[in-house]
Structure formats: C-alpha cells, structure tokens
Design a protein around this ligand. Structure first.
Ligand code: PFF
Length: 445
C-alpha cells in the first residue's frame, strides 16, 4: 500500500536517486586516497569482497525495513520492530547523518571553490605552487563561505521534496557525471604514469594486508554505499512496492564500485606522472587533478568540467544525508518540512564551520590526535556505520517477522526467490560475525 508520502516515480528515478546517494565524494575523493594509503590493489580486493558479502545485504535489509515501515528511520523501526531497543538504530542514523554531513560539506565546499579556481586556470602552476595555493586556501576563512553555500544549496533541493527535488535532480546529474568521468579516465590512459598506476591499482602485494586495511575497507564500503545509518531506510520508504529491492541494490552497488574504479583510473596515472605521493591524504584529488589540468591543452575547460562533476556527485549524496534528519523531524515531531530543513541547516552548518576551522594549521579543534574533521570522518565510517550495519543485520536476520522479510526481499515471491536463502544467510551470520571479528581484532582502533 502506498500512502500519501512522497515516493520515487519511476524505476530509473529510484536507481538514479539511490545511486545519487551512494555515488559521491566517497567514490571520487575518499576512495582514491584511502586506497592509496592502504596499499592499492590489496585494499581493492578486500573492498570488493566486503561490498558483495556485507554492504549489499545490509543495503537490501535497510530497503526492506524502510519500504515496509514507509516512514523515516525512527518511524520505520517502530513499525517493524517490537520494543524500544531497536529505536537506537534510528537515533544512531540521525546522529551519523548529521556528523557525516558536517565534514562532507567541507570537501563539497572545496569543490565549489575549485570550480571558480578552474575558471581562472591553473596554468603554469607546478605541484609545489598548487600545494602552497591549496594550503593558503585551507588556512583562510574562505572555506567557511563555500561550505555554508554548499549546505544552503543542499537545503534548497531537500526543501523541494522527494520527487521534484531529489529524484529530478539525480536523474539529470547522475548520467552526466558518468559521462564526464569516463572521458577523464580515457584521457588518463595516455599519461606516462599509467603503467605504474595500473600496477598500483591491480597488482596486489599481500604483505600490505593488515586488520587496519580490512577495517578501512569496511568503513569505505559502508560510507560509499551510504549504508549502516538509515539513509537507505529513509530512501527505501520512498520505493514503490513493485520495485525489486535486490535489483535496485545490485545495480546501485555495481555503479558505485565502477565509478570508484573510474575515479582511481582517472586519478592515479596523474599521481605517478607528476610525482605526487599516493598516500598524501584528503587533498589528493585537489592536488593531483589540477596538476594535470595545468599542463594539458584544454586543461582549463576539463578542470571546470571535473569540479562541476564532483559537485554534482557531492550534492546528490548530501541531499540524502539531510533527508534523514528532515524526515525524522517532520514525521516524528510534526514540524513543517521548511522548518525541519532550516533546523538541519543551522545545526549542521555550525558543526561544519568547526570542521572547516579544525583543518587550519595549529588549530586546537583536535580529538584524540586527529582534527575534528578527521575524527568525524573516522568515527562515523569506521565505528558508527559498521555498528549500524550489525544492528540492521541482526534485526532483519533474527528478529524481523519472517513473512514480512520474505515479502519485502522477494516482492511476495515474485523476484530474487533463488537468492533469498543466501541473502538471509549473509544477513544472519556473515555480516554480524564479520563486523564483530573485525572490531575485536582491531580493538576498536
Ligand atoms: N555515499 C556517499 C559518498 O560516497 O559520497 C556518502 C554518504 C551519503 C554516506 C549518504 C552516507 C550516507 F548516508
């Protein structure tokens, strides 16, 4: 039964919106540098396995909860679960969304600045000059303005609602993004550093394999697929009854992984061509690509296109993050959508300003040796999302009404029937056990 809430109108719309949430800075900004810091090919192998065996089942489980509950994270949990305990998943989700969007907006703000910078052009600047330029920018107060501008744009789209705002914008932006990234990757194939990049990305060195690499891969897969915190419960609540949840999940996961790979192929040849360290961290994309753009004929135009692409990717994900607290406030407290958006903007805006400031040299906004920005990033990806993943899988695997689970996973026996048992096995055993083992062996850090 569909109710009067918004819903995604078409199949393409669902996939575009869900993929829009999944594909974002996580693929193009985070994946290359986390892969770079964790040994390249080894990380990628572990990452693929985790996506397939852990993240996809969690995504489908979240869809199932949301589509049955037809409410925000909290409301949906209340519909499907007995007892207050499971509401903790709802609180965790809303909290994680707020924290993630607070640091996410900072990077998204950088992309807005780089769109403007690329109009001016990077020509004649080598890596040293670009690094100095970037450090000057991060240490100024300019990023605050860009961060808040990005958040304001996100708020406007969310204000327009599910079908007109989220679905429509994703349908236009997602295909453009894929095309632009494809073009960039083809270009990179011809750079001199391609051979080295290829070895780095695809030739595993198993001596680099540690528990930390596995935990990072887990965190990255959850972050990249937007699972473990209720975004997919919220989006699941907008998916119509006739859509095949497994199909949507698998299509989105495949696009997500392919786009992260494309980003790797676009970025690493340049990293090796221009002698940038693959382990240079969160600024990797912002140093690497301008280095390429400064040296090639149509560099200025390409650079503009690339940062617009990154901005598209970021905003389709940011709207899904903001939608979590907004749906929660409107449905649980009867607050008008407009005011819920304003409240989200104010709280997240304030936190994001602190995140921005924490990246400045000598900032005292430090938690456990990390800048507030890095702390939010690591805490959400490596702890909150996996814990959310355990809660979702334990609930769907062991506590959800069996008939209800079967009906949601298979559309009352109409699709994915053969896969059902295997999916339930993954959700019941593999996901919670694997994540718990990881946590224990890593000793929580
Ligand atoms: N998946 C997004 C990305 O890869 O950039 C980030 C994200 C969006 C994480 C939504 C979590 C989320 F709920």
């Amino acid at each position: 039964m569909e109710n009067k809430r918004g819903s995604f109108g078409s199949k393409f719309g669902v996939v575009a919106a869900v993929a829009g949430s999944a594909v974002g800075l996580g693929n193009i900004w985070r994946f290359p540098y986390i892969a770079g810091e964790n040994g390249g090919a080894v990380f990628i192998i572990v990452y693929l396995l985790i996506c397939l065996l852990i993240a996809i089942p969690v995504m489908i489980s979240e869809f199932a909860i949301g589509r049955h509950g037809r409410k925000n994270v909290m409301g949906s949990m209340r519909q499907v679960a007995k007892g207050k305990m499971w509401l903790s998943l709802g609180y965790l989700g809303v909290f994680a969304a707020v924290l993630i969007l607070s640091f996410y907006s900072v990077i998204a703000g950088w992309t807005l600045n780089f769109i403007v910078e690329s109009v001016k052009g990077f020509s004649g600047m080598d890596v040293t000059a670009l690094t100095a330029n970037f450090n000057g920018f991060v240490n100024s107060n300019e990023p605050i303005v860009w961060t808040l501008l990005f958040l304001a744009l996100t708020a406007v789209i969310v204000l327009c609602g599910v079908e007109k705002g989220i679905e429509r914008s994703s349908k236009i932006m997602m295909p453009m993004l894929v095309l632009m990234l494809l073009g960039m990757s083809i270009y990179s194939l011809f750079l001199p550093g391609f051979g080295e990049a290829f070895r780095f990305l695809f030739k595993p060195d198993f001596s680099k394999m540690t528990w930390d690499v596995v935990l990072q891969a887990l965190g990255q897969s959850f972050f990249s697929m937007s699972v473990g915190m209720g975004t997919m419960i919220t989006y699941g609540s907008y998916i119509k009854d006739k859509e095949n949840l497994y199909g949507v999940g698998a299509t989105v996961a495949l696009s997500d992984v392919l786009i992260a790979f494309l980003a790797g192929v676009a970025i690493f040849p340049a990293v090796f061509t221009f002698g940038i360290a693959p382990t240079s961290g969160s600024e990797l994309v912002f140093l690497t690509l301008p280095s390429v753009f400064s040296q090639i004929p149509a560099g200025q135009l390409l650079s503009f296109v690339f940062f617009v692409l990154l901005f598209f990717a970021a905003i389709t994900s940011a709207i899904s993050l903001l939608e979590v607290p907004v749906a929660y406030l409107t449905e649980e407290f009867n607050i008008k959508r407009k005011w819920a958006v304003v409240m989200g903007f104010v709280v997240i805006g304030a936190l994001s300003v602190f995140c921005t400031l924490s990246l400045q040299d000598g900032s005292s906004l430090v938690v456990g040796g990390d800048s507030l920005f890095d702390f939010f990033d690591k805490f959400t990806s490596n702890i909150m999302l996996p814990v959310g993943g355990i809660l979702v899988s334990v609930f769907v695997g062991w506590f959800m009404d069996k008939k209800l689970r079967y009906d949601q996973f298979t559309n009352q026996g109409q699709c994915a029937v053969k896969l059902y048992k295997f999916l339930v096995f993954l959700v019941k055993f593999v996901v919670p056990v694997a994540i718990s083992i990881l946590f224990i062996s890593k000793n929580l850090f």
